[in-house]
Design a protein around this ligand. Structure first.
Ligand code: F6P
Length: 360
């Protein structure tokens, strides 16, 4: 049975995308008479008809490669149904190109935004399968997304390396880790790297409590402090504000970087030497770790099995040790926040790590 598969990667890149693409391709070639079309640059490529028929050879030697061989872009879901100045009806264009390519299904690798568009296309009648990727690990219905563990390893390495220089100089080091809406990455890396305080968007912090962590350590003759903060963390006052007001407040303060603001406040409050470290996109770069290679491959193989069975309108997921799939309609765009009762949060608190939140 011949099946033509379109595949695209959308949203921010992350390690493991190529391993997942390879998984889909190799398992599909093995299971049925597959033809694979690579769509370039995410949904943008699907809208503009930018694609190519791939050869088996193009899926070789990409397991360890970071980024995505297909390229990616961000096409926000909320703009999908908006006809802009170019007069292009994006949804109609995607459906037309799907037909033009003669696809039996479309495999989309991405995060929450990608899944929302995948679900919309599925409801428009296309056969769609999603694969959950993001370093943020914030997709509902899957224990882990691929890309997350690699980013945890990199962020942990950053925190590890900061320890020696922080201790040598008696400094407070504020390490800002990606994660605008969710703090999974900061939580795991903070615990793995031995941070003294972990500040995440889901648990608004009190700057007085951050200062207390430093003072307490100083009383115990610990001359340095490491604070891991997620880029989207907010203090208790900001948490009560509307997003727009919060953004205006940050503009007034003159910095968008939460680490810079916290370091400034701590310098003023405690007269300590506080410095910031912002690894930024380094957290998304380079080769996937072994865990992500395995997970990406498992997700890819499961997607190929779904295609073989003709099961569409779903996204692949990890549940415990099993690879399963969830309905796109159920999980698309549903976030997975860190909850106060999360077992990693509890473990960290038991270790004396402070979240500087209302529970403390
Ligand atoms: O969603 C992954 C992520 O790396 C977030 O952690 C971060 O907030 C965002 O992407 C950054 O996006 P961009 O690469 O478009 O600046």
């Amino acid at each position: 049975m011949k099946k033509r598969i379109g595949i695209l990667t959308s949203g921010g890149d992350c390690p493991g995308l190529n391993a997942a693409i390879r998984g889909v391709a190799r398992a599909s070639y093995a299971l049925f008479d597959a033809e694979i079309i690579g769509i370039r640059g995410g949904y943008k490529g699907l809208i503009e008809g930018d694609y190519q028929l791939m050869s088996k050879y193009q899926f070789s030697n990409i397991l360890t490669m970071g980024g995505t061989i297909l390229g990616t872009s961000r096409t926000p879901f909320k703009e999908m149904r908006v006809v802009g100045d170019d007069n292009v009806d994006k949804v109609a264009a995607m459906k037309e190109n799907y037909e033009k390519m003669g696809l039996d299904c479309l495999v989309t690798l991405g995060g929450n935004g990608t899944h929302k568009t995948a679900n919309m296309l599925s409801q428009e009648g296309l056969n769609v399968i999603g694969l959950p990727k993001t370093i943020d690990n914030d997709i509902f219905g899957t224990d882990f997304t691929f890309g997350f563990h690699t980013a945890v390893d990199i962020a942990t390495d950053v925190i590890d390396r900061i320890h020696t220089t922080a201790a040598s100089h008696n400094r407070v080091m504020v390490v800002e880790i990606m994660g605008n809406k969710s703090g999974w990455l900061t939580l795991y890396a903070g615990l793995a790297g031995g941070a003294d305080a972990i500040l995440i968007p889901e648990l608004p912090y009190d700057i007085e409590k951050v200062a207390e962590v430093i003072e307490k350590r100083s009383i115990e003759n610990k001359n340095f402090t490491i604070i891991a903060v997620a880029e989207g963390a907010m203090d208790v006052d900001e948490a009560r504000m509307k997003r727009k007001d919060r953004e205006d407040k940050r503009k007034e303060e003159g910095t968008n970087f939460i680490s810079v603001r916290i370091a400034n406040q701590l310098r003023e409050m405690l007269n300590v030497e506080a410095r910031t470290v912002i690894p930024g996109h380094i957290l998304r770069g380079g080769s996937p770790c072994a865990y992500d290679r395995v997970l990406s491959t498992q997700f890819g193989v499961h997607a190929a099995q779904l295609i073989s069975n003709g099961t569409y309108g779903v996204t692949v997921a990890l549940e415990g040790e099993k690879i399963r799939h969830n309905s796109l309609a159920v999980i698309a765009g549903v976030p997975k926040p860190v909850t106060p009762s999360n077992y990693i949060v509890r473990t960290a608190r038991s270790m004396g790590v402070s979240f500087c939140d209302e529970e403390e």
